[in-house]
Design a protein around this ligand. Structure first.
Ligand code: MSK
Length: 650
């Protein structure tokens, strides 16, 4: 049956900044393929303002109760105020976002343990980090094999998920002053899962009704994410799959190959992608691909699965979150293999328009219309092999293929350990040069640009405008997630991008040969930014807490609940965090004022919202300059050029 032609008018959807993606979306529309662009156009109902501002309560069947804060009689039937409802909804977003990272962390710990016991086909790659974590978790290392150490470490880490009392071990990595503050405020997370359960309980009808108390628990939960589950995930993944070091790769649709079997991995947990990467090199598999007329297997990533394998193997990223349907619409994908988070349900319909097999691999994330092949880390390679052979079997069914000639070189994989080495050298790894350059003003500060890309803005442009403004003002930028991919597409992750930086930052980047925008990984790897900030504090000269160092963060195109959890743990760690376009509590001035102002008195960090990217960057720069002023380093010290007379005098 011929498919209906869907116009590509996009009055509501601003589309993607990347011209190649827009072209593919247009072609797909002409072929009757429906993507997020048409779904936006076809939606008869506009976003609900109550829902958007957080003042719609549907936690019991008295409601839904929609509220307007300035109208006195506009409260819930139970008496709940707009502030209570907005805080509850905010809490639930934090709980859901944190839970996603927590389940990711748990899955990683289970794989780690299985690998240590020889029950999964992965091995310990970073022994140094294993020993570091063992010491942190008080696991004896002397005279023990790495597997033995890893088993005890894995068990201790897993126990933290169900822990009821005490404190998560990773929180002890924060600056001492920050830990003391958290202790005083009572927000140190007691266990990973407990904090999510407590939010769900507190937000049940008729339970916690004080917005400050609710946000207190949201903070404890978010810290269990950033300084708990996410950090556990990043660190154990590094031990198992290798700590990233900078490597060259490419990003964007042009990474797909016309003469290879293209398999795209999409989602978040790196176990399946790692197994797929191992199998793709297997000579038998390559021979099987050649038998059907392909040159071999081309593995490419989407979203954070892509970031994970990009920074460990140099495997290309075909697209960010917003490009996931575009990748399929090239007609060049034999299989898209997905696990958890950020996988659009619309993929199933798009895949049906082509020969592509959409394969789900996690029982926690099933999609109607997809093939389900459950991933089991014990049989990781066997399953990866099955999936790859299925993809090979699809190669001859290809019809129209259009791979845009558009890809960009990137240098990715800046773990906080790498920053240590790249700035301090191989033998004297240290954050000292970074701190010194911040103190002398060559680098004004550090900005983090993270998070998703959005359908409500010209996707990618907001990220890159913020980044361009920051680096032009000598702010070193750290990126993760889909923001990193957007920056990669536009060439910001290359050392050559130093040309766009202000003179101070440019000088530093050119001296060490690094880009002014450092790719630090996936969503869980925002925990690497926490560690990098802590290292700056520990190195000295820039205060004794994260709230004092000249830093600011933003998620210009955020869309997921994980972004809210991430933002809240950064704020609770002392950072200034700006979100783009919308913020989920704006229906309540009371709660928004608390998060945008009062919270700074408690944690030294605060939230803000700003849609215009240049203004967003300026807000971050102003915050950075305020911090410099407070530290007494606001003036760039003049470089003294020694003439002969001065040298003689010396
Ligand atoms: S994948 S949470 S769209 S960054 Fe981590 Fe991208 Fe946002 Fe998902």
């Amino acid at each position: 049956m011929a498919r209906k032609i869907i116009p590509f008018t996009k009055p509501r959807c601003p589309g993607i900044f990347c011209e190649a993606s827009t072209r593919i979306l247009k072609e797909a529309a002409q072929d009757g393929v429906k993507t997020y662009v048409q779904r936006m156009e076809e939606r008869a109902i506009q976003p609900c303002l109550f829902g958007q501002g957080g003042t719609c309560c549907r936690n019991c069947s008295f409601g839904p109760c929609m509220m307007i804060e300035d109208v006195p009689e506009s409260i819930g039937i139970c008496g709940a105020t707009p502030a209570t409802v907005a805080a509850r909804n905010f809490c639930r977003m934090v709980a859901c976002g944190s839970a996603a990272h927590m389940d990711h962390g748990r899955e990683t710990a289970l794989t780690f343990l299985a690998a240590a016991k020889g029950e999964a086909p992965f091995e310990i790659k970073d022994e140094k980090k294993l020993h570091f974590l063992a010491e942190l978790y008080k696991v004896k290392t002397e005279g023990r094999s790495k597997e033995d150490i890893a088993i005890e470490l894995g068990e201790k880490v897993l126990a933290e998920f169900g822990q009821q009392e005490g404190a998560l071990v990773m929180t002890t990595r924060a600056p001492t002053k920050r830990q003391e503050l958290w202790k005083k405020l009572g927000v140190i997370p007691r266990g990973v899962d407990r904090e999510v359960v407590e939010i769900m309980h507190r937000t049940h009808m008729g339970t916690d009704q004080d917005y400050r108390s609710l946000i207190f628990q949201a903070t404890r939960c978010a810290l269990a994410d950033g300084w708990g589950a996410s950090m556990i995930a990043s660190e154990l993944q590094d031990i198992l799959f290798g700590t990233p070091v900078p490597l060259r790769a490419v990003v964007n649709l042009g990474a797909l190959s016309e003469d290879h079997v293209n398999i795209v991995i999409h989602g978040h947990e790196p176990q399946m992608p790692e197994a797929m990467a191992m199998v793709a090199q297997d000579p038998e598999i390559v021979a099987a691909a050649q038998e059907v007329g392909a040159k071999g297997i081309n593995l490419a990533g989407v979203c954070c699965s892509g970031n994970e394998v990009l920074m460990r193997h140099g495997i290309a990223i075909a697209g960010s979150f917003i490009q996931q349907e575009v990748v399929l619409a090239t007609g060049a994908i034999e299989a898209m293999v997905v696990d958890v988070q950020c996988v659009m349900q619309g993929l199933a319909e798009v895949a049906k328009c082509f020969h592509t097999e959409l394969i789900t691999t996690s029982s926690r994330a099933m999609i109607e219309g997809a093939t389900h092949i459950e991933f089991d880390h014990h049989r990781a390679l066997e399953i990866a092999r099955d999936i790859t052979l299925r993809a090979i079997g699809k190669f001859k069914q290809r019809r129209r293929v259009h791979i845009p000639d558009r890809k960009m070189d990137v240098v990715a994989g800046f773990s906080h350990e790498t920053i240590n080495h790249i700035l301090g050298g191989a033998f004297r790894a240290s954050y000292r040069p970074l701190n010194d350059n911040i103190i002398n003003g060559r680098i004004r500060g550090v900005g983090a640009v993270v998070g998703c890309d959005s359908c409500w803005v010209e996707s990618g442009r907001v990220h890159t405008t913020v980044v361009q403004e920051l680096i032009a003002n000598n702010v070193l930028v750290l990126v993760t997630g889909c923001a990193a991919t957007a920056c990669g597409r536009e060439g910001f992750l290359r050392p050559e991008a130093a040309e766009l930086a202000g003179p101070g930052l440019r000088e530093v980047c050119e001296t060490v040969g690094m880009p002014p925008v450092l790719h630090m990984g996936s969503c869980v790897d925002n925990s690497r930014i926490l560690i990098a900030a802590t290292e700056i504090v520990k190195e000295g000269g820039l205060g004794d807490d994260i709230s004092q160092i000249p830093t600011a963060g933003c998620a210009p195109e955020w869309m997921s609940e994980k972004a809210i959890a991430i933002g809240q743990y950064f704020v609770a760690s002392g950072a200034f965090v700006v979100f783009g376009r919308t913020f989920p509590t704006t229906g309540s001035k009371v709660v928004t004022d608390f998060l945008f102002r009062e919270i700074e008195e408690l944690y030294g960090g605060l939230w803000a919202v700003e849609s215009e990217p240049t203004k967003m960057a300026q807000m971050m720069i102003e915050h950075i300059e305020r911090k410099r002023e407070a530290l007494g380093i606001q003036e760039k010290k003049e470089r003294i050029l020694f003439d002969m007379a001065m040298r003689r005098e010396l």
